[in-house]
Design a protein around this ligand. Structure first.
Ligand code: PAF
Length: 275
C-alpha cells in the first residue's frame, strides 16, 4: 500500500489507477470500515482509502482532540485487506488556509436530528467529502448506513451538484449482541459496554411493532425514550422517519427508518434500522 500525504502524489497515483472506489474515514478502523474496503474492491480496479480527522465537522465542545487516532494499526488493517493507496493528509494539506468556502446542505437536511444536536456538523462533513472527492476523483464512494443522515446529505449533495461519483451505502456491521460498530465504542466502560446494546434492542422492538402494523409512532417513541432513560441513558432523539428525506411519515405506504441518538455516560451513540 502506498501512503500519500500530499495531494499531488495522490493525484498522480490516481491517474494510473483505472476505475477507483474510495472509502473516506476518520481512522481508528474497525470491521465496519474493513467491510467497506472489501465491498469497494468488488466495485473497482483500485481502492483508495483516506484517513483524516476533520476538525470542521466537530463542534467546539465535541471530541475532536480526543478522537481516537491509531495510524499504525489502521495501516496494517488496510494493507491486510488489499487497499492500494491511503491518502492521509494533515491539516496543513487539507486546510492550508481557513476553509471559507463550504458546502451548505439543503434546507431540512442538516438542521434536523444529528444536525439539530450538532450544529454545523453536516456542513463540515459535506465540505470535506466534496474536497476529498475533488482530490481523489473516485468513480464510486462507499459509506456506512450507521451514519444514516450523513448518507442522505452526501447522496443529495452528489445529485444536486451533479458529481460524477456514485454513492454506495453499506449495511451497518454489529457486534454479536447487536451494538453497531463505531470508533466511539472504545470510550465505553465495561459496564456501559454491557448496557450499550439496549439502544439497538429498543430500535429493533419499535421496528417489529411497525412491521406488525403499529402506526402510533409518538407512543412507540415515548415508550422507547422512557425505557432508555430508565436505564440511565440521556436520549437526544428516538424517532420514526421516512427514509427518503428523514421527515415525519405522512402516508401509510412510505419506507421508514427508525433513528436514535443517546448518551450513555460521556459517550454519545447513534444507531438506526430501516423498517
Ligand atoms: O463518516 C465519517 O467517518 C466521516 O464523517 C467522513 C465521511 C470520513 C468525513 O469526515
Amino acid at each position: 500500500m502506498r501512503i500519500h500525504t500530499a495531494i499531488a502524489s495522490l493525484r498522480a497515483a490516481r491517474a494510473r489507477a483505472g476505475r477507483v472506489a474510495f472509502v473516506p474515514t476518520m481512522g481508528n478502523l474497525h470491521d465496519g470500515h474493513i467491510a467497506l474496503m472489501r465491498e469497494a474492491a468488488r466495485r473497482a480496479d483500485t481502492v483508495i482509502a483516506s484517513i483524516f480527522v476533520n476538525r470542521l465537522q466537530f463542534g467546539p465542545a465535541e471530541d475532536f482532540d480526543k478522537y481516537p487516532r491509531t495510524p499504525e494499526a489502521d495501516r496494517e488493517k488496510l494493507e491486510a485487506v488489499g487497499v492500494a493507496h491511503l491518502f492521509a493528509p494533515d491539516e496543513t494539506v487539507m486546510y492550508p488556509q481557513a476553509q471559507g468556502c463550504r458546502v451548505v446542505p439543503g434546507p431540512g437536511q442538516a438542521d434536523i436530528l444529528e444536525g439539530a444536536c450538532r450544529p454545523g456538523h453536516f456542513c463540515g462533513v459535506a465540505t470535506v467529502v466534496l474536497k476529498l472527492f475533488n482530490i481523489v476523483a473516485p468513480d464510486v464512494a462507499l459509506f456506512g448506513k450507521k451514519d444514516y443522515q450523513q448518507l442522505m446529505v452526501l447522496t443529495n449533495m452528489a445529485r444536486e451538484l451533479a458529481l460524477p461519483t456514485e454513492i454506495v451505502a453499506q449495511d451497518t456491521l454489529r457486534a454479536a449482541d447487536g451494538l453497531a460498530l463505531s470508533s466511539r465504542n472504545r470510550y465505553l466502560s465495561p459496564a456501559e459496554r454491557a448496557e450499550a446494546p439496549r439502544l439497538y434492542r429498543q430500535i429493533a422492538l419499535v421496528a417489529e411493532a411497525v412491521r406488525g402494523g403499529a402506526r402510533d409512532y409518538a407512543a412507540l417513541e415515548a415508550a422507547a425514550l422512557e425505557t432508555l432513560q430508565g436505564h440511565g441513558w440521556q436520549p437526544d432523539y428516538f424517532t420514526v422517519r421516512r427514509r427518503a428525506d428523514l421527515q415525519a411519515p405522512q402516508r401509510p405506504d412510505e419506507a421508514l427508518v427508525i433513528l436514535a441518538a443517546a448518551r450513555l455516560g460521556a459517550t454519545r451513540l447513534i444507531d438506526n434500522l430501516e423498517v
